[in-house]
Design a protein around this ligand. Sequence first.
Ligand SMILES: NC(=O)C1=CN([C@@H]2O[C@H](COP(=O)(O)OP(=O)(O)OC[C@H]3O[C@@H](n4cnc5c(N)ncnc54)[C@H](O)[C@@H]3O)[C@@H](O)[C@H]2O)C=CC1
Ligand SMILES: O=C(O)[C@@H]1CCC=N1
Length: 265
Amino acid sequence: MLESILIVGCGNMAGAMVEGWLADGLNPSRLTIVDPLRTEGPGGMPVLPALPEDGTFDAVLLGIKPQNLAEAAPGIAALVGEGTTVLSLLAGIELAVLQRHFPAARARVRVMPNLAVALGKAPIALATDSTDEALAAAVVGLMQPLGTPEWIGEDKFDLVTALAGSGPAFVYRFIDALGAAATRLGLPEEQARRLALAMVEGASALAAASPHDPGKLADMVASKGGVTRAGLDVLDNGEALGRVVIDTLRAARDRSAEMAREARD
Ligand SMILES: NC(=O)C1=CN([C@@H]2O[C@H](COP(=O)(O)OP(=O)(O)OC[C@H]3O[C@@H](n4cnc5c(N)ncnc54)[C@H](O)[C@@H]3O)[C@@H](O)[C@H]2O)C=CC1
Ligand SMILES: O=C(O)[C@@H]1CCC=N1
């Protein structure tokens, strides 16, 4: 049902999806990639500099920036027929706006992954204006090799964009901050960075594998009156970490909502 896929815009995000699909064994002949700024895609895939003149595709994956949509949409729409599902990665571009640009499509689906799709480890939020259950199952099947797809009401998409889409950047900042702090407190910089990254990798793998929630795991690390508790007391004091994280997600969510308003009007 989603055999042939035209990918329009193959930068960081769509490129990572292609990497994930190829790693999972997807037949590259299913993908046609268009990007004026790339000569080669992941795995040496060919990239067309412009949209093909004609062709029939089961899906069109939009991997361009939201601000490029209005200009690119008419050309893309010419390749979107009644059998084509539009899959959009674009932050803050609502289904209603996709409907306006691609009225002939079989369905429109918002997809919010993150760069961990390359490793098959991204949460992938999905929202659609279609009620076709077979199509919904096909979309989930297409996304499954890239991580953990799940349907989410579109009213939560701004928040999910902040958490699942932008989230890795927030975690990378925290890893950087751990390394920088350890450097400032006396470890050689390279060693501090290496230890911080290895620690986060192991801790998140354990959190994913453990039957315990992260709060319980934190308590399992912290001995009463010991070393970890002294550090946690700083993070917990006045909910210091909790407050900065709420402010972070709120700012990202609100920017997504603002982008949605701009694209709507
Ligand atoms: N980078 C990320 O982690 C995430 C990005 N997204 C969404 O993915 C989309 C792409 O973001 P990135 O990959 O980060 O941007 P990017 O700038 O790396 O990639 C965009 C690509 O689109 C190409 N492009 C521009 N106009 C085009 C056109 N008319 N036809 C074909 N290709 C065209 C550019 O040459 C570029 O390679 C955005 O809409 C963003 O909201 C969603 C989730 C996470
Ligand atoms: O920063 C952005 O706008 C996109 C959406 C989520 C991640 N990157």
